[in-house]
Design a protein around this ligand. Structure first.
Ligand SMILES: NC(=O)c1ccc[n+]([C@@H]2O[C@H](COP(=O)([O-])OP(=O)(O)OC[C@H]3O[C@@H](n4cnc5c(N)ncnc54)[C@H](OP(=O)(O)O)[C@@H]3O)[C@@H](O)[C@H]2O)c1
Length: 184
């Protein structure tokens, strides 16, 4: 298959791409950072993740599956959650126009249209876009993606190594095993 992965030179996209290539799939990427270090020695063709519908439709020609990792973590300037919802709509429209057969969409645990948190209602809106696209889809809802480049767990581990006190919400079970691994 020919598979488009957003952000193949970023965090999760890099691991997804590696796994797909190990399985012999042909991968292209849409990214806003084409000059990041390329761990795939030029084997992954690069196209812009610029949310221009016509341009992305062209980039996605002949692609069977789109793996969408795109998100906006925090609002900064024009880069807001409403903009991310709009951008996701453009990406999904482009996928449909290009004839993509399936979308694998990375979401978050417990997305909700009623959430007061923009990240969570944004993710719920993005899921709706994918569901209503008419394209076959899979939606993944991870809580956290732990790995060497992960910011959340590594920042927590950094604090744990340097400060004598750390607060954990609830009963602390959620991150306990990952924290223990990094702390050791
Ligand atoms: N990291 C976690 O612990 C975690 C936990 C739960 C769910 N998730 C979900 O998993 C997905 C992937 O997360 P990740 O940590 O692997 O993300 P990432 O690699 O940092 O970024 C994924 C994609 O989003 C694009 N992107 C990120 N921030 C952007 C911005 N401000 N403006 C425009 N494009 C932006 C990246 O663009 P470039 O290609 O230009 O870098 C890349 O294509 C996300 O949908 C996230 O919500 C992550």
């Amino acid at each position: 298959m020919k598979i488009a992965v957003t952000g193949a030179f970023s965090y999760s996209g890099k691991f997804i791409t590696k796994r797909l290539m190990e399985h012999g799939e042909k991968v292209i990427t849409l990214t806003g950072h084409p000059n990041r270090p390329d761990p795939f020695d030029g084997q992954v063709k690069v196209y812009p993740l610029d949310f221009d519908e016509a341009g992305m439709t062209k980039s996605l020609q002949g692609v069977d599956v789109l793996v969408n990792t795109y998100w906006v973590r925090f609002d900064r300037g024009d880069n807001t959650q409403p903009r991310a919802v709009e951008n996701t709509q453009n990406l999904v429209n482009a996928a449909r126009a290009a004839g993509i057969k399936r979308i694998v969409n990375i979401s978050i645990a417990n997305p909700s249209a009623d959430s007061h948190l923009p990240y969570y209602w944004g993710k719920a809106a993005n899921e709706k876009t994918v569901i209503e696209s008419g394209i076959s889809y899979a939606i993944l809802r991870p809580t956290v993606l732990a790995g060497d480049e992960d910011i959340l767990i590594n920042n927590i581990a950094y604090l744990l190594r340097r400060f004598p006190l750390f607060t954990i919400p609830g009963d602390g079970k959620q991150y306990a095993s990952e924290l223990k691994k990094h702390y050791e």
